[in-house]
Design a protein around this ligand. Structure first.
Ligand code: NAD
Length: 494
């Protein structure tokens, strides 16, 4: 029986009052319901924000080492329950089990990073900035932070946000993706079990309206958002208009350049996992392959390797590629494949009519490869977010970089080469935030910031790493002078 998900407010699990129930189907087997969810009304959002605001003073006053001890307990619980989380994640999102384990692992790594808050949050002190006057800077938490997440990393993206926020003394209200809310709810249960006091982490389910009510709640001081560019821009403008601190990560269109001197065998396997891993639903997925000159010989090899992928349910060990998230998203991806044909690209591998015998109703799209894609085509410019690769052949490195730099997005890009000079030139001239050199998915680890340039990030600070410490704290500087002791005044001893 599917689980009716509840909100977490002040440590209690509450069912939203709305009469409307939204189904969360298994994307590989849509007749199986994983969960149901109701969307939170503005009044209920206010209650959750109040719970977070009420919890803030005591949590802020809790010594940072005590907060982190709780995170260590939570980290242990997450390790014990990682496999359950990964299996749940497969059923609501459609990833393979290996991909889901990676999603959970990346989230746990952020908890590990956050547990270093005593060191990360230290300030600066300089004695005698003038005669017997000291200067120092220290960090304090912001208060209540709100976060909203996309469907594609149901464990990692929520954990990009609240572990660091709460380690640094903030309280948090999370709005999970309305399409994959079960994993985030399970995280709420585990963080509560690990000892987070009531109100420190709250969860409200819903869609755009719920999050807008959160962003505009007066006690919310800062907003962390990850999703499509249209939504990221809208959230950024809404939060900024209220003078709230905001980091808003958007969509992507990632280019993968292959030089003639690349190690082709390793490059093919990197292209396959970057493009078709997570069914292409990764903000770091490569979606445009740019072979330079004779490197175009890679195209046939990529098509052959992509054809060998096995579609199926993520819990089936033989599956190497799962479904996309929904029927609507499947239609959107297929519409883009139709569009590529209309635009005149050559369809080398067509995933539109794929069938999966064991799961005939699943939202599957097979691996798809277009060749001879040109810069003006929409399939070269727009985010498809599915297992579709566009090949754009380039004459030289400069032309290949110019294709990538013409993109409105600037999340990630990679080069495959055995030339240090080419790699260095690429690194310097490519306009994006996360760069791979002989690496297909250059996603930074938890202790480095994660975020792009251009339309892929609105705001200055990335998630994870020291940027996240900057984001979840604000600084106070103090000039301190004491009269009395020392050469300038009297002391008790005198
Ligand atoms: P989405 O934009 O549809 O939804 C993301 C979240 O935003 C959800 O919680 C949704 O309820 C909420 N939302 C949607 N529109 C909103 C609005 N106008 N105002 C406020 N909230 C709104 O994205 P999705 O389809 O769930 O996720 C896929 C997208 O996320 C892709 O574009 C992908 O590239 C992007 N993404 C980016 C990163 C990154 O690091 N840059 C990471 C993961 C996913």
């Amino acid at each position: 029986m599917s689980k009716a998900l509840k909100n977490l407010v002040h440590g209690e699990w509450l069912t939203p009052a709305s009469p409307d129930i939204h189904d969360i189907p298994d994307p590989a087997a849509p007749d199986t319901l994983v969960a149901t969810v109701k969307y939170t009304t503005p009044d209920e959002v206010r209650d959750a924000v109040k719970a977070a605001a009420d919890a803030f003073p005591a949590w802020r006053d809790t010594p940072v080492v005590q907060r982190c001890r709780i995170l260590f307990q939570i980290k242990d619980i997450l390790e014990q329950r990682a496999e359950d989380l990964a299996r749940l994640l497969v059923t609501e999102n459609g990833k393979t089990l290996a991909e889901a384990r990676g999603d959970v692992r990346r989230g746990i790594e952020v908890v590990e990073f956050a547990a270093g808050a005593p060191h990360l949050a230290k300030g600066e002190f300089l004695e005698d900035i003038a005669s017997r006057i000291d200067g120092y800077i220290y960090r304090e938490p912001l208060g209540v932070v709100a976060g909203a997440c996309p469907f594609n990393f149901p464990a990692m993206v929520p954990m990009w946000m609240f572990p660091v926020a709460v380690a640094l003394g903030n309280t948090f209200v999370l709005k999970p993706s309305e399409r994959c809310p079960a994993t985030a709810t399970a995280l709420g249960e585990l963080f509560t079990l690990g000892g987070l006091p009531p109100g420190v982490l709250n969860i409200v389910h819903g869609a755009r309206e719920t999050f807008e009510a959160l962003v505009t709640a007066p006690q919310v001081a800062a907003v962390s958002f990850v999703g499509s560019t249209a939504a990221a821009k809208s959230v950024f403008l809404l939060a900024s208009s209220q003078n709230k601190r905001v980091q808003s990560l958007g969509g992507a269109k990632n280019y993968l350049l292959v030089m003639p001197d690349a190690d082709l065998e390793n490059t093919v396997s990197a292209v396959i996992s970057s493009t078709f891993g997570c069914a292409g639903e990764r903000c770091m997925a490569s979606s445009v392959l740019v072979p330079v000159g004779p490197a175009a010989s890679i195209v046939d090899k990529v098509v052959k390797a992509a054809s060998a992928l096995t579609l199926g349910h993520g819990l089936d060990p033989s599956t190497t590629m799962g479904p996309v998230i929904s029927a609507a998203h499947k239609k959107r991806v297929i519409d883009y494949i139709d569009l590529g044909l209309v635009e005149g690209a050559s369809l080398l591998l067509d995933g539109r009519a794929v069938t999966v015998e064991s799961h005939p109703r699943g939202f599957f799209v097979g691996p798809t490869v277009f060749d001879h894609v040109t810069p003006g085509m929409r399939i070269a410019r727009e985010e498809i977010f599915g297992p579709v690769l566009s090949v754009m052949r380039a004459r030289d490195l400069d032309e290949a970089v110019s294709f990538a730099n013409a993109s409105d997005y600037g999340n990630g890009a990679s080069i495959f080469t055995s030339s240090g000079g080419a790699a260095r030139e690429f690194r310097r001239s490519i306009q994006c935030g996360m760069i791979g050199i002989n690496a297909g998915v250059p996603a930074p680890m938890a202790f480095f910031g994660f975020g792009g340039h251009k339309q892929s990030l609105f705001g200055d600070l990335r998630v994870q790493g020291t940027d996240s410490v900057e984001f979840y704290t604000r600084k106070k500087s103090v000039i301190e002078r004491w009269f009395g002791f020392g050469p300038t005044g009297s002391t008790w001893a005198k």
